[in-house]
Ligand binder design. Structure first.
Ligand code: ZN
Length: 140
């Protein structure tokens, strides 16, 4: 489930409208959403009535299997939740709920999820990794 349609209330005028909130993006399957993200427009709700824009603080996983990029954004508010920490090991790696067999078949880079609490950093990191990939494999 990559996105959920939620009925959101505008923080300014209070009018409710449906909005697609993205929780995970697969850059191969959803290249148009990758573009929306890199332009800084992901999960920004724009009220159709008054035009007020507001950022929806939700966690967002980014996976680009072609360039082997995986990153996870968490809203900083997550740090205030006790349950938030349960999903990490002591070195801050996300422990994926996978079987031994699934782990054996998993590509190595998936063990190295880049975690960030800033959407700006999230976007810069993806751009950085894309540029690195481009310089390594596409230059001639
Ligand atoms: Zn509004």
């Amino acid at each position: 489930m990559a996105k959920t349609t939620l009925l959101l209330a505008c923080p300014k005028c209070g009018s409710e409208s449906p909005y697609d909130v993205w929780q995970s993006i697969n850059a191969s399957k959803e290249p148009h959403i990758r573009k929306v993200l890199l332009e800084g427009n992901i999960n920004i709700f724009e009220c159709p009535k008054c035009g007020t824009k507001s950022f929806i603080p939700t966690s967002l996983l980014y996976h680009d299997p072609d360039r082997q990029i995986i990153a996870q954004y968490y809203p900083p508010e997550s740090l205030k939740e006790k349950n938030f920490f349960h999903q990490f090991d002591s070195e801050g790696r996300i422990s994926l709920p996978l079987s031994k067999k699934q782990k054996e078949n998993m590509p190595e880079y998936l063990n190295n999820i880049h975690i960030t609490f800033s959407m700006q950093e999230f976007i810069f990191y993806i751009k950085f990794r894309e540029a690195l990939f481009f310089n390594k494999y596409q230059k001639n």
